[in-house]
Ligand binder design. Structure first.
Ligand code: GDP
Ligand code: MG
Length: 162
């Protein structure tokens, strides 16, 4: 049984893009339309010779009523099955109410959390990532899932938390 890393966050922050980056393939479905990932999809991943199971979450209809509650619920389920939570936030948007709600759920789960400040495509955007300290989940790690920027540093932090 490999350790489990669950990738959690509201729709469209780049969870599936990050999963693809980590597994080095394009299997997780990335869409400009938020919420296309169905429920939970698991992949086997490997970083610096350590294998782990990576869980991509999603599957919410962003237009549905009670979306925030469903996302929080899904985050809770993912957190329960995870050894480490990789919480993804869109740094170009900043912390939204939904991010705050998910963060609160994750904190209660008591599992180690690595906070990924995604869509930091260039150095200029790193300032935006710093605003995510407000979530109270420790240091936001700036990363660009799309371009691979700093994704190695992020994975190092994940392994450290395992
Ligand atoms: P998910 O709903 O959280 O799984 O998000 P997706 O991985 O499907 O990505 C949603 C959108 O954000 C897609 O258009 C991605 O190309 C885009 N995206 C993901 N990561 C990045 C990034 O690091 N930088 C930028 N600029 N766009 C990104
Ligand atoms: Mg997805």
């Amino acid at each position: 049984q490999l350790p489990v890393v669950a990738v959690v966050g509201r729709p469209n922050v780049g969870k599936s893009t990050l999963v693809n980056r980590i597994i080095g393939r394009r299997e997780a479905v990335v869409e400009d339309v938020p919420g296309v990932t169905r429920d939970r999809v698991t992949y086997e991943a490997n970083w610096r010779g350590r294998r782990f199971t990576l869980v991509d979450t999603g599957g919410w209809d962003p237009g549905a009523s009670g979306m925030a509650a469903r996302i929080a619920e899904q985050a809770q389920v993912a957190a329960e099955l995870a050894d480490v939570i990789l919480f993804v936030v869109d740094a170009t948007v900043g912390a939204t109410d939904v991010d705050e709600a998910v963060g609160a759920v994750l904190r209660r789960a008591g599992k180690p959390i690595v906070l990924a400040a995604n869509k930091v495509d260039d150095q200029r955007a790193e300032l935006e990532a710093a605003s995510l300290w407000s979530l109270g989940l420790g240091e936001p790690l700036p990363v660009s899932a799309l371009h691979g920027r700093a994704s190695g540093d992020l994975l190092d932090a994940v392994l450290e938390a395992l």
